[in-house]
Each structure stands twice: as structure tokens, then as C-alpha cells.
Design a protein around this ligand. Structure first.
Ligand code: 13P
Ligand code: 13P
Ligand code: MG
Ligand code: MG
Length: 365
């Protein structure tokens, strides 16, 4: 049976500041999706949050970029924004960059990750969600899951994974895409995805069967809006087991709290801390950036779960390390590389300060 899995998210208001989502917003979104399930549009749904981002996880049979599904989501975000405004939540409607729905929610602000799959005999999936970081932050974990034998032993010893995986990479600035085959093109692949502010892994495919393994949201809010409106806070769907990496191989990369863009005012590097859903409350300097992982078994499109995968004690050390790295990075204050390089900074007084001081700069020679 062909199932579409759609994960669409938006920050429609923070509680308090950018640190959390308000429970009334989640409850209202759940009512909206419950109606759509009753009407038969959705097979199933799960509403959750990662920090101040509202996450709508849905299964249906309508395919990707379906107008009815995207309209349902847009209307849910618009209704949520009304409630957020009534509660005077912070940045109400922050990620809704268009005034009216125009057929496809892509390019309108919300993050979108969708895949159509033939549901297997058992279909374990993990949905990763992040707050206070950018599209591209999944590049390193995805590389480790699908191309690094030191992370994923299945690449070496499982015959149905030995052919490797294909990576679709998007150039988010020039709107171009390219596919790389791992393992033989990993050096070429890394030249690009090692620069995640520009190149983001959009999707991964099994080279054994060509089936989709993973899809991420790659929209860059600041490029859509032309100004800083908040961070992308991306999502990523990963299928696991069988021809795909095992659940434990998919989670393993997050034992390294790698440095990502985001954190305070979207303008800093900081460690990505793996946390349980309730602990996705970025509070210290609006961070450090968080990742959550919701695990489901699909059963004829029904979302059996979630299991809160990062709640496990085996991620305690990564959290501890993330806090230590956060301390170390914070001590750099307004200096790079804690502060993002000038061209990546989303939030800057540089043009006005430079203009004010224009006349005071003199040539060296
Ligand atoms: P404002 O308080 O000016 O909105 O900026 C701080 C912030 O939270 C950036 O999103
Ligand atoms: P969000 O993108 O999560 O709203 O964070 C914005 C911000 O500027 C935090 O300091
Ligand atoms: Mg926010
Ligand atoms: Mg956010």
C-alpha cells in the first residue's frame, strides 16, 4: 500500500519568548487534524512541538505537494496564529511569510518534508525535529548514517546495504540540485555538504532498490523573506531497518553534539543537543540548539507511537558535552567563530554602523 508521510512545521508563536510552544496551540492544531482524519483526508496524525516550532506529522494517500493537505496545514497554522495573537505569544505567525494560500505551502515559510513510500512488512521511521538551527544541520548526521562505516556497520556487513546510498544535495542559494553516489563519490559529496549553510542534503535513496530512505526540509527562511525572521528549524524523516540503517545506527550520529548555525538571534554557532520532546526548551541564550527524535511504526498508515528516542539515558553524555561546549562557545561573546561570519549573520547592525562611520574610514595608503 502506498502511503504519503508529510511532516510540516512552523513557528507560529513562542512561549515565553522563543523558548517553548504553548499547550493551547498544540491542542487546537490536534483538533484541526482530528477533523481531517474524521473526514477521511488523513489516515492518521500526530501533533508535537520542538521548542517554539509546531510540528504536524501526517499520513495520507494524496501524494506529495497535495493542495488539500497543504491547505489543511496552512489553515491550521493561520488558526493557530489567531490564538497565538490572542495569547500575545512571541512572534505570533513568525514563519507565515505569505498573506494567502496559493496551492502549495512550499516557499511560504513553513518547513516541509514529504515522502511517498510502499509500506514494508514492518516500517520503523524516525522523525527528527530541530529548534534554533538551520537547514543543513542534518548534513553531518545523514552522512554518518548513510555513508560512514564507522557509524553504520550495516554498510560493511549487511549485504542489502553494501551498495551504498545516493544523496540528493540542494544548493539553497542558487536553487540547483545534484545527486552523489556513496561510497564512490564521498570526497566530492563532502566538498559540498561540509558547507551546510549553502548545500543541504534534501533526500537519500537506497542504491539496492532506489527506494527513498530520508527526506529533509531545506527551506531557508531568510532567503524567502529577504531578512531575518527566525531560524529554519528543520525536520528530517528517516526510514530504518532492513535495507536502511538500523534504528541505533540512525540515532548514533547524535552522540556528537556537532556545531550548527542558529542559537541566539540565529547568528551563532553552537552544539546541537539531542533531547526528549519535553526537554526541547531552548532557554540558555535561546539555546543551545536542540534536536528531538520521534520514532513510529507505521501500520497501514497508522502512526503507532511515538517513542521519544532521545529520552534514553545513553544520550546523557552527549547532553553533558553539549552544555560544556555551550559554555566554551559562549565565552567568545561577540567574536567569531561563536558569532557567525559576516556573510552568514542573520541579524546585524553592520550596514547602519558602517554607513554612520563611512566618513571616518581613511585609506591606508
Ligand atoms: P526582538 O526582541 O527585536 O524581536 O529580537 C530578538 C529576537 O528574539 C530575534 O528573533
Ligand atoms: P526561532 O527561529 O526558534 O524563532 O528563534 C529565533 C531567535 O532569534 C532566537 O534567539
Ligand atoms: Mg520563535
Ligand atoms: Mg524555532
Amino acid at each position: 500500500m502506498k502511503i504519503t508521510l508529510s511532516v510540516i512545521k512552523a513557528d507560529i508563536g513562542g512561549y515565553v519568548g522563543h523558548s517553548e510552544s504553548h499547550p493551547d496551540i498544540l491542542a487546537q492544531a490536534a483538533r484541526s487534524l482530528a477533523k481531517a482524519k474524521q473526514s477521511g483526508l488523513l489516515i492518521d496524525y500526530y501533533v508535537t512541538k520542538c521548542g517554539d516550532d509546531l510540528q504536524l506529522i501526517m499520513t495520507h494517500k494524496m501524494g506529495e505537494e497535495n493542495e488539500k493537505i497543504h491547505k489543511l496545514v496552512w489553515d491550521t497554522f493561520v488558526e493557530g496564529t489567531k490564538l497565538a495573537k490572542a495569547l500575545k505569544l512571541y512572534g505570533a505567525g513568525q514563519d507565515l511569510l505569505a498573506d494567502a494560500f496559493s496551492g502549495n505551502i512550499k516557499g511560504m515559510g513553513p518547513g516541509v518534508a514529504e515522502m511517498v513510500i510502499e509500506e514494508r512488512k514492518s516500517e520503523p521511521i524516525i522523525i527528527f525535529m530541530a529548534d534554533k538551527t538551520s537547514a543543513g544541520s542534518w548534513n553531518m548526521p545523514l552522512y554518518k548514517m548513510f555513508a560512514d562505516p564507522f557509524n553504520t556497520i550495516g554498510l560493511v556487513i549487511a549485504s542489502n546495504m553494501h551498495k551504498g546510498f545516493a544523496f540528493d544535495v540542494h544548493d539553497v542559494k542558487e536553487h540547483k540540485k545534484i545527486t552523489f553516489n556513496a561510497p564512490e563519490e564521498i570526497y566530492d559529496l563532502l566538498v559540498f555538504i561540509g558547507a551546510p549553510s549553502r548545500y543541504a542534503v534534501k533526500a537519500v535513496y537506497s542504491r539496492e532498490t532506489n527506494e527513498i530512505a530520508s527526506v529533509s526540509s531545506t527551506q531557508r527562511l531568510s532567503l524567502i523573506a529577504g531578512r531575518y525572521v527566525g531560524k529554519d528549524d528543520p525536520v528530517c524523516i528517516v526510514r530504518t531497518q532492513g535495507i536502511f540503517p538500523a534504528v541505533g545506527e540512525v540515532l548514533e550520529p547524535f552522540t556528537l553534539p556537532h556545531l550548527v548555525e542558529g542559537w541566539m538571534r540565529g547568528s551563532h554557532h553552537g552544539p546541537l543537543m539531542p533531547v526528549s520532546a519535553p526537554d526541547s526548551t531552548p532557554t540558555r541564550f535561546d539555546g543551545p540548539p536542540r534536536a528531538t527524535a520521534a520514532g513510529f511504526q507505521l501500520a497501514d498508515g497508522k502512526l503507532v507511537g511515538p517513542r521519544d528516542m532521545f529520552a534514553d539515558k545513553s544520550f546523557d553524555l552527549a547532553r553533558q558535552q553539549a552544555n560544556e561546549i555551550a559554555n566554551y562557545m559562549r565565552r567568545h561573546g561577540p567574536f567569531e567563530p561563536h558569532r557567525l561570519p559576516l556573510e552568514e549573520m542573520e541579524y546585524t547592525t553592520m550596514p547602519e554602523v558602517a554607513k554612520k562611520l563611512e566618513g571616518r574610514f581613511t585609506h591606508l595608503d
